[in-house]
Design a protein around this ligand. Structure first.
Ligand code: PAF
Length: 283
């Protein structure tokens, strides 16, 4: 069966309503397209757990700030469609921006607290855009379960809080980060890296692994010292610039001073003009 492409909200809602009436379960994988193996791992998980799999492809203008890479964000619809067909996705929901945001005054969904840390510090308004679009997608696709990657760990926590606070009746799954052979986390933005930048981008994983080593071997427990070691690894690369490195509580995202128990080590690094994020949870 070829994948069904739906661009209109009302058609999507009608279609999923009828599937729900037939008792079929719906799994949603929300994406901004330029699909890679990370997305496909979410699709595979959704395929194994649901009767119907919907992939949404929408580069959401509301989650990009002024001067960010909305215009340059990779778009690859033809390839995405082929991958969805191969993975037996049932529906690709790919609305135009005007369909999702028809007017200029937008009702927005804002989660407080979790959103002013890590990525929220340098991307003001980003999570408001994410929560707004994801809540719209939940109302349009009406999934029983939605699937997200651990690479966007903070995004997952924020969406989980939004879903609880707004009483969305669905399950959320966080699936492991998928990595290249050299450890670089898969990301649609990796397509923006030049070959030299791609090599330099290995420093994100190297820095995270050095944190893991220092914590696991109990060599260092002060978060400040671990962060300095990580910064030194990243600064060895002439094209890399740290946006943030945080060691924090994996539930509240509050920074910790010294590592006891489980922590999230998260970072964002510009490699050239491309901002990449990654994280590990270490117990
Ligand atoms: O993670 C992403 O690709 C996006 O932030 C999402 C969840 C699809 C919302 O636009």
């Amino acid at each position: 069966m070829p994948v069904k492409i739906i661009t209109k909200i009302s058609l999507c809602q009608k279609h999923v309503d009828s599937l729900r009436k037939q008792g079929r379960t719906i799994g949603l994988v929300p994406t901004m397209g330029a699909l890679h193996e990370g997305h496909l791992s979410l699709v595979k998980k959704a395929r194994g757990e649901n009767d119907t799999v919907v992939v949404s492809i929408f580069v959401n203008p509301a989650q990009f700030g002024p001067g960010e890479d909305y215009k340059k964000y990779p778009r690859a619809f033809a390839g995405d469609k082929k991958l969805c067909e191969k993975e037996k996705v049932d529906i690709v929901f790919c609305p135009a921006a005007g369909e999702m945001y028809p007017g200029k005054d937008l009702t927005a969904v804002n989660v407080e607290g979790l959103t002013d840390k890590l990525c929220g510090r340098s991307r003001t308004g980003h999570f408001k855009g994410v929560c707004t679009v994801v809540s719209k997608l939940f109302n349009i696709v009406k999934p029983h379960t939605a699937y997200f990657g651990q690479k966007d760990y903070q995004q997952f926590l924020v969406i989980r809080k939004m879903a609880r606070d707004m009483n969305f009746h669905l399950k959320l799954r966080m699936c492991p980060t998928v990595r290249e052979g050299d450890g670089l986390a898969l990301s649609s933005r990796n397509r923006c890296l030049s070959p030299k930048e791609r090599t330099e981008a290995r420093c994100l994983h190297r820095a995270l692994e050095s944190a893991r080593y220092l914590i696991k071997t109990k060599r260092v427990s002060g978060a400040g010292l671990i962060i300095s070691r990580m910064k030194a690894i990243i600064n060895e690369q002439p094209g890399a610039r740290v946006d943030y490195i945080n060691i924090c509580d994996p539930e509240t995202l509050e920074d910790v001073k010294s590592v006891k128990g489980k922590v999230l080590v998260g970072l964002a690094v510009f490699v050239g003009k491309t901002r990449l994020i990654d994280n590990v949870v270490i117990s």
